[in-house]
Ligand binder design. Structure first.
Ligand code: IN0
Length: 463
């Protein structure tokens, strides 16, 4: 078995280069999907990518490419409609980078997804608030699908520290715009709000939990289904209703669910410390109890070996969703829908590789570099690139996989399965994952040398 696994790993390493993927662009993504900050912070962003010249190239390309986006073309229409403008302002306020991804959707979908997002965010703001009395929270969660039909409804009972409380305080604008959507969109959104609100209420009332912990892996899957898998159902239905994607996308519920599970479970691993500090615990006891007695022990000195093994067990659980995600993305036909779905997925696989065997997860908030994120965004425009990106990060995970780790074999097998899917379904994409050519490397070196000079001059002026 060991020999077989070694062969598997060699196969992966032989085909996937250590260097990053080569980008082939069919459709340029511009605009402000990642907000690049003011000069001095921009300098820090560039400095963080100094050892990654391709990221610097991506950052500069991104910063200086002329705006010519779907959203910019529609800014005037939005500016003439105050309630719609307020909704987009809320969207950018709650999630700047993801808002820009939504704003790039084609006209047939943009408003529906924007409203879907704001309605989910409303539900989340109620679920998240530990200051709300449980009976009130439960009543709101269970009736939210009806509330969104009540013109004029808004809510100011959130605690002062709830970060999106302003959204609910002015929620009447969201409701007005929701009611302006075509009825088929409204039905999809209300149906998901109903299912999600009920699911959240069950968890808030202690079902599927023991004290505050999520007990079984099946409870973890169910929780992630409510808060993220259902988002996949709803989005797939919206895509089909818009006519931009076929009904087939909406019919395959399992793979729509996996799209959300992959994102949410990756976030839950990354946010271990933040959630622990806030008194939340989403990792299932069925996994972590194999390594420590107390969930907080994972972050304590002396538990490093156990903590690393637990982390790889969590990553293994997430890797199982990858084949479905690739199937889902490969079914998409509309360019704006593809970008919208692919960007969060490639960010998630990059995050998963970053957190894998990385004990810093237990000490601080780990995040991919902005330069890396921009590079991923610019590349996420076709399936060939997306597969090459997934392979690159899976290779990274393989390289960090420790033969002494109890999950070493299972992780190797999970990665092998994904490779197999790619080879069977996308054989032509093997050629996309080429290492940088010598010419590309020397151009990067030149760029690096020029930038070093520019930084030197700028730095001396700032002193
Ligand atoms: C999302 C998802 C999302 C986008 C595209 C297709 C999807 C298919 C199925 C399920 C979810 C899908 O994407 C966002 C991404 C996001 O918000 N990223 C954050 C970064 C971060 O670290 O959180 C950002 O600020 O850019 C997402 O995470 N969720 C989400 C919510 C609503 C909608 Cl309409 C789409 C949240 C969640 C819980 C994972 C579903």
């Amino acid at each position: 078995m060991k020999l077989y696994l070694n062969r598997l790993l060699i196969r992966i390493s032989a085909r996937v280069p250590r260097k990053l993927w080569t980008i082939t662009q069919t459709h340029r993504l511009k605009g402000e999907i990642i907000s690049l900050p003011l000069f001095s912070t921009m300098l820090n962003t560039l400095l963080a990518s100094l050892r990654h010249p391709a990221e610097i190239e991506a950052l500069l390309k991104y910063k200086f490419s002329p705006p010519n986006t779907n959203f910019n073309r529609n800014k005037k229409i939005i500016a003439n409609n105050p309630t719609k403008k307020k909704c987009y302002d809320f969207l950018f306020l709650t999630s700047r980078s993801f808002a820009a991804v939504i704003a790039e959707l084609d006209d047939e979908l943009r408003d529906a997804v924007c409203l879907f997002y704001l309605i989910l965010r409303g539900l989340d703001t109620i679920e998240d608030d530990m200051t709300l009395p449980l009976p009130r929270k439960t009543e709101l969660l269970r009736s939210f699908h009806k509330i969104i039909y009540q013109r004029g409804w808004n809510f100011d009972e959130n605690g002062p520290n709830e970060k999106d409380r302003v959204l609910l305080v002015d929620y009447q604008v969201v409701i007005d715009e929701f009611l302006a959507l075509k009825p088929a969109f409204q039905t999809v959104i209300a149906d998901i709000a109903h299912k999600m609100g009920d699911g959240m209420a069950d968890y808030a009332n202690g079902e599927h939990r023991v004290n505050t912990a999520i007990e079984k892996i099946s409870d973890f899957d169910l929780y992630c289904h409510y808060v993220a898998g259902l988002v996949g159902y709803g989005l797939s239905d919206l895509f089909a209703v818009s006519g931009l994607e076929s009904a087939e996308v909406a019919n395959s519920k399992k793979i729509s669910n996996s799209m959300g599970q992959f994102l949410q479970k990756t976030n839950i691993i990354r946010d271990y410390l933040e959630d622990l500090v806030d008194g939340r615990q989403f990792w299932p006891r069925e996994i972590w109890a194999n390594y420590v007695e107390d969930f907080a022990d994972l972050s304590k000195p002396g538990f490093e070996v156990k903590a690393q093994a637990c982390l790889s067990a969590m990553v293994l659980n997430v890797l199982e969703h990858v084949p479905d995600c690739l199937v889902y993305l490969s079914q998409l036909r509309n360019q704006s829908v593809f970008n919208f779905c692919a960007i969060p997925q490639v960010m998630a696989i990059a995050t998963l590789a970053l957190v894998f065997n990385n004990l810093e997860v237990y000490r601080r908030n780990v995040k991919i570099r902005k330069g890396e994120a921009v590079r991923l965004i610019l590349a996420s425009t076709n399936m060939g690139n997306v597969v090459a990106i997934f392979r690159y990060y899976l290779y990274d995970i393989s390289g960090k996989n420790d033969p002494l780790d109890p999950n070493f074999m299972k992780i190797s097998i999970a990665i092998g399965k994904i490779e197999q899917w790619i080879e069977t379904n996308m054989p032509q994409t093997n050629v996309v994952a080429k290492p940088y050519s010598a010419a590309a490397s020397s151009s990067h070196l030149l760029l690096l040398a020029i930038l070093a000079g520019v930084f030197g001059v700028l730095y001396s002026r700032l002193q």
